[in-house]
Design a protein around this ligand. Structure first.
Ligand SMILES: *Cc1c(COP(=O)(O)O)cnc(C)c1O
Length: 378
């Protein structure tokens, strides 16, 4: 089955009892038992809920993994994955990582004795050099947020195997439609499903998929013990979103390709970051490991004032955090999504006050261009 068919014909076809084509919402907390401990497979909805399970099967199948897990947010999913580690463990993390991931590592997990080492995971030598006796995992975001740096998942996994480390990939920007980290050698895939998988700015959710039985058992234990689960209605909304993932991702991509090469030609724009541009340093690796380049573009204006002008004056494009929705969003990472990273650290990573991030929606691309031009007063 081809990917665009698979997104809407996977995990679940029709409800056996009624023939319903959309999976029923089991808005329920508990289940009647025939005798003490004799249950239908469902005891209590924190442990398992049919609607959540249907979604978990859909994402497991799309990511070509063994088991899927749905959480109340991307951060809840990421937190559950970090809970696999214990005091004294070290994790190597992409230095251009999502702000919230950096925050939970530095403000929560560091206090619990789990240490993170930040390196540019696009550079394999840096990854290898950072490996210590207590390193247990490599955590990769590719493309990164907001600079869209690319890490070779296959190569990182090869290094990780040598040292018996787990490879964790945040696949939010690509989705399984474009990139399948487990097939490239990773052990755990994470999503902020709030973004492309949901796609309609109406649900906050997180997903995890693992390949091995042992990891699946541990994560289910963590999911059930700590309880950061996704509710039945939100699980249903996500399944609805995923059905159109194929058509949406194709259109995001088409628009982003067109806009990125157009932005390069604007005198107010100093630099454009998009993996689809042939000058992008990760272009070749991205072509090798993913089916597309995605819908995220970052670009640097000539001055912070120009960036401010653009963000204040766009009308069609919404000034908002978040990404991956059908609507286009524009943001200033330094003051918004990445504000929790200390200024010095932020500057060192190349996130300046004139860097703008654009989540390209599925509007007509000509309307997006006109909006940018008029906001810049051109
Ligand atoms: C948004 C985001 C997260 C966090 O997900 P939430 O659903 O907001 O909790 C994690 N990683 C990436 C790459 C994201 O874009």
């Amino acid at each position: 089955m081809r990917e665009d068919t698979k997104v809407l014909h996977t995990g679940f076809e029709v409800d056996e009892r009624t023939g319903a084509v959309s999976y029923p919402i089991y808005q329920v907390s508990t289940y009647r038992q025939k005798g003490p401990g004799e249950h239908s497979g469902y005891e209590y909805s924190r442990t398992g809920n049919p609607t959540r399970e249907a979604l978990e099967n859909v994402i497991a199948s799309l990511e070509e993994g063994r088991t899927g897990f749905a959480f109340a947010s991307g951060m809840a999913a990421i937190t559950a994955v970090f809970m696999l580690f214990t005091r004294g463990d070290n994790i190597i993390v992409s230095d251009d990582v999502y702000g919230g991931t950096y925050r939970v590592l530095s403000k929560v997990f560091e206090n619990l004795g789990i240490e993170a080492t930040y390196v540019n995971t696009s550079d394999l030598h840096q990854v290898e050099r950072a490996i210590k006796n207590n390193t247990r995992a490599i955590y990769v975001e590719t493309p990164t947020n907001p600079l869209l740096k690319i890490t070779d998942i296959n190569e990182v996994s090869r290094v990780a195997k040598k040292f018996n480390l787990k490879v964790i990939v945040d696949n939010t920007f690509m989705t399984p439609y474009w990139q399948k980290p487990l097939a490239l050698g990773a052990d755990i895939v994470i999503h902020s499903a709030t973004k492309y998988l949901g796609g309609h700015s109406d649900v906050v959710a997180g997903l995890v998929v693992v390949k091995e039985k042992e990891l699946a058992e541990k994560l289910h234990f963590i999911q059930n013990s700590t309880g950061g689960i996704l509710g039945p209605f939100d699980s249903w909304l996500l399944m609805r979103g995923i059905k159109t993932l194929g058509v949406r991702m194709e259109r995001h991509e088409q628009n982003a390709r067109e806009l990125s090469s157009w932005l390069v030609t604007l005198p107010d724009v100093k630099k454009v970051y998009y993996p689809g541009l042939s000058g992008h340093p990760g272009h070749e690796i991205q072509k090798k490991q993913a089916g597309g380049f995605g819908g995220m573009i970052s670009f640097e204006l000539q001055t912070p004032e120009l960036a401010d002008k653009l963000l204040r004056n766009v009308k069609l494009i919404t000034l908002a955090e978040s990404l991956g929705a059908v609507e286009s969003f524009i943001s200033l990472p330094a003051k918004m999504t990445h504000a929790s990273i200390p200024e010095g650290e932020r500057k060192a990573r190349g996130i300046s006050d004139s860097l703008v991030r654009l989540s390209v929606g599925i509007e007509n691309v000509e309307d997006l261009k006109e909006d940018i031009l008029s906001a810049l007063g051109l």
